[in-house]
Design a protein around this ligand. Structure first.
Ligand code: HAM
Length: 424
């Protein structure tokens, strides 16, 4: 087949009507849950100052080093297509004085994000996330409730074999020492590490824990574990999170090497997967954690916070794999046909009366022949077809045909909406 001249950019895709139904279904579930837990919706610009991300997400992360869409504006500013939603929300929190509101401030979003990644299954350059952020509260109960929220959403969407991976990354109290221990461990193995990890060793050894290279993973599996180096406060916080989860009946898998791809995390980090081959191939359906230091970087003030985000395309890939279809949209029960110029004018107006009465009506206004219009009505399986002929249009009448019994009668045009209302 000849290649079209214009196609979507690499790693980006159109959301076609069929996928849009999945998006709508996910949106509905997420919104219902967000409303129940009293989160408020927020939408930030798609572009932000590059520095918000490079400092917020961390200079040593793959996202900042390799994956940002950054450009210089005509005015000379550096802007970046948002690769994630947490840093912008913390920016908005300070910009709009949300710290003067009762805390915590609970926000949610459903938006597109951009990362210059190598496209593969479940990995795109433009993708959608729904996310939840709780800003201004350090209690461990929030961490557990966020995990509960993501697990509720995924369960509601039909996922039954979810696996929760969880870890604690400590805080600025205990992590520096762990970092030192880790550095000396990896230094002793530097010859085996991949090129990227040798650089990571100098910049941020924790990033090595995230490396996907086989040879690095082998070394990582023997590395010192952060859980053994947590300070008392972080240990107690993490223990509480796990106790809440146990109490909620949410099983978890302690992954001592889970660090996540963003540097802003402190204490709890988590990821949720669906079991099975495809689930593994697609990767985490949702991930998040606590980020008590991010506010300091962005707004110069210590404000504890936690949150998470789910990947909508990944969820849809797995829903399709499971052959779980979103509900089909309701079809109209009425079809309006017209024959002739005068009737077409009246039909165009009559449709508006139905719209105001909130009765869905299908039509095929561009067609002239009654036969072809009846074919459309049949294909839709409507209960009633209304036919406005030239004569009826002039006399202010309309023909109503019951499509099941085949019976038909002529009634005044003025009464047609109330007549249909009674019938359907
Ligand atoms: P993240 O783990 O980078 O976290 O992304 C969250 C989810 O978005 C992932 O679990 C995955 O489902 C989806 N996702 C990420 N990258 C891609 C991609 N290239 N293509 C398709 N889906 C993708 C964050 O972004 C954090 N902001 C989450 C958070 C909120 N942490 C605290 N608050």
């Amino acid at each position: 087949m000849k290649k079209l001249k214009f196609q979507t950019p690499t790693g980006m895709h159109d959301i076609l009507p069929e996928d849009e139904r999945y998006f709508q279904e996910i949106y509905k579930v997420v919104k219902e849950i967000a409303d129940f837990y009293r989160f408020q919706k927020i939408e930030t610009p798609i572009l932000e100052d590059t520095e918000l991300f490079s400092r917020g997400i961390g200079m040593t992360t793959d996202i900042v080093q390799k994956e940002m869409f950054t450009f210089k504006t005509r005015g000379g500013d550096f802007l970046t297509l948002r690769p994630e939603g947490t840093a912008p929300i913390i920016r908005a929190y300070f910009q709009h004085g949300f710290k003067n509101l009762p805390q915590p401030v609970k926000l949610w979003y459903f938006s597109p994000f951009f990362r210059y990644e190598r496209p593969q299954l479940g990995r795109f350059r433009q993708f959608w996330q729904f996310g939840f952020e709780v800003i201004g509260e350090e209690s461990s109960v929030i961490d557990a409730q966020l995990i509960l929220i993501f697990s509720n959403i995924l369960k509601e969407l039909g996922f039954q074999n979810l696996v929760l991976k969880i870890n604690s990354l400590g805080d600025s109290n205990c992590r520096p020492y762990y970092r030192k221990v880790l550095t000396s461990y990896f230094k002793s193995k530097v010859n085996v590490l991949c090129q990227d990890c040798r650089r990571r060793l100098k910049e941020n050894p924790l990033r090595i824990l995230d490396c996907k290279e086989e040879r690095c993973q082998q070394i990582v599996s023997q590395a010192p574990q952060i859980l053994d180096y947590l300070c008392e406060a972080c240990k107690a916080h993490f223990k509480e999170v796990l106790e809440f989860l146990e109490d909620l009946g949410i099983s978890y898998y302690l992954d001592p090497f889970l660090v996540r791809g963003l540097d802003y995390y402190t204490r709890t980090v988590f990821e949720i997967f669906e079991e099975g081959e495809k689930g593994k191939a697609v990767g985490a359906l949702a991930g998040g954690g606590r980020y008590d230091n991010l506010a300091k970087i962005i707004g110069d003030e210590e404000i504890p916070a936690a949150g998470g985000a789910g990947g909508i395309e990944r969820i849809i890939i797995l829903l399709k794999e499971k052959k779980m279809k979103p509900p089909v949209e309701k079809k109209p029960k009425v079809f309006l046909a017209q024959i002739g110029g005068e009737a077409r004018k009246k039909a165009l107006k009559l449709l508006e009366v139905f719209r105001e009465a909130k009765i869905p009506v299908a039509e095929s206004l561009g067609r002239n022949s009654l036969k072809s219009q009846m074919r459309v009505a049949d294909a839709l399986g409507v209960k009633y077809t209304l036919v406005l002929g030239q004569k009826e249009a002039i006399e202010g009448k309309i023909l109503v045909k019951d499509m099941i019994s085949g019976k038909q009668k002529i009634i005044p045009l003025k009464r047609v909406v109330s007549f249909i209302k009674k019938k359907i």
